[in-house]
Design a protein around this ligand. Sequence first.
Ligand code: NAG
Ligand code: NAG
Ligand code: NAG
Length: 432
Amino acid sequence: MKSHPAQVVITVVIAALALGAGLIIGYLLRAPGGMGDSGVHGNLTPLELMSAADNQSVAGMFERCRKTARKDPAIKGYLLDREMEACHAASCLVDLPNTYVVYKLGSGAIDIDGKLEERAWKDVAWTEPFVDIRGEGQPEPRFETRVKLRWDDRNLYVGAYLQEYAVWANRTLHDTTIYQDNSFQVLFDTSQSNHKYKEVSINALGIVSDIMLTRPYMDDGEPLSFWESDVVRAVHIDGPVNDPSRRNRYWTVEMAIPFKQLYAGLGRTEGDVPKDREIWRANFMRTEWQTEVVGSKYLKKLDKEADFWVWQPHGVANLHLPDKWGLIQFREVAINSTTFQPDKKWVTINALLDVYRAQKAYKAVTGRYTEKKDQLHLPPYTLSKRCIRDLDIKLDWGGFRVTARPAEEFLEDGHTRTDRFVWFGEEKENFF
Ligand SMILES: *[C@@H]1O[C@H](CO)[C@@H](O)[C@H](O)[C@H]1NC(C)=O
Ligand SMILES: *[C@@H]1O[C@H](CO)[C@@H](O)[C@H](O)[C@H]1NC(C)=O
Ligand SMILES: *[C@@H]1O[C@H](CO)[C@@H](O)[C@H](O)[C@H]1NC(C)=O
């Protein structure tokens, strides 16, 4: 069959358009010149390419393309993320997680009876309500949970409110699997080093399990259950426990944890308490199992996983990522007179953690670590030299060691290594 001349023309036009579109798409999708530290790649930069090519049409096409991208909700998020990254690199501002200012107690004491009725509690703000540990896009928690903190020359005080219709608890022995009950967890990394952080879990009977982690489980950490928090605590329940004949509304937890124990293993001197403005990593979690009423008892629904609701979400259901927790700051000033004041080390700490994560991601694919920064997917603020003067990566028999030199020369260098340990100054890990 002979084709009609018009058909031939249309086919040629379509072929030409497809070729043109292919070239444009190819140009847009080409491998980006690495964000590396050299800037000299032999390849032309996008800007040079643009002026070298037909200036008008490429620039115009790029502009139209950007406009289309901005209107597409699926692509817009990506553009915004990139712009945010660029903005961080230009300003050296790195996002903060949730923060909470812990105000020192004045004259009013806290009586550990489980009830948060003291003036000392009424005077200070709650944290944000807890959310699913996996972060955005996950179901809203079924019950509200919030925390308050205070401190004095001996203890950190924790007050928690847990809304609940069915208060139950089964574990009655210290240092057993409290998380198998509905329970409340507090976690503190007092040195922001990711090592030797402490976890205290409590159920509605006031039974406690307390451990120190040598380092996160993912970094082959060990839970040391011989560590004792020496927590003085009480639980108040609005109604009965383990009795489905009467519905509850909530339970509250009150804790006093001595700084002596929270600082254990970190080489702090006896009697040490936080300094004004001291910052810790911290998170609070609620483990919630679903139950049903069978006869006169609550029974755990065995086909349901536990929910993990936290103050600071991690994006994944793993509580043992201290580098993803929130930040608490100890202050000796009047209540509500200040807001959280970030540490000057914050940018350096983040750069170190970003290198740590990039190395782990690189190893997951290639089976090894690398000294080459352009092989790692690092955000631009770590490499632009505006925020971090120099990022030095060395490999040794055990893995990698990273040193980040802050742009301000008067600030101390920070370091990290394969086991997520972050330190400033001398590399020492104190044991008992
Ligand atoms: C491309 O356009 C810009 C501004 O419109 C102009 O400054 C530049 O000289 C042009 N480059 C070429 C190669 O035409
Ligand atoms: C401090 O702020 C919290 C939250 O806004 C408020 O509930 C509390 O009453 C304030 N405390 C004082 C002493 O003003
Ligand atoms: C607690 O333990 C008792 C006895 O083993 C059991 O009958 C009850 O169902 C348990 N409660 C829950 C909520 O698992």
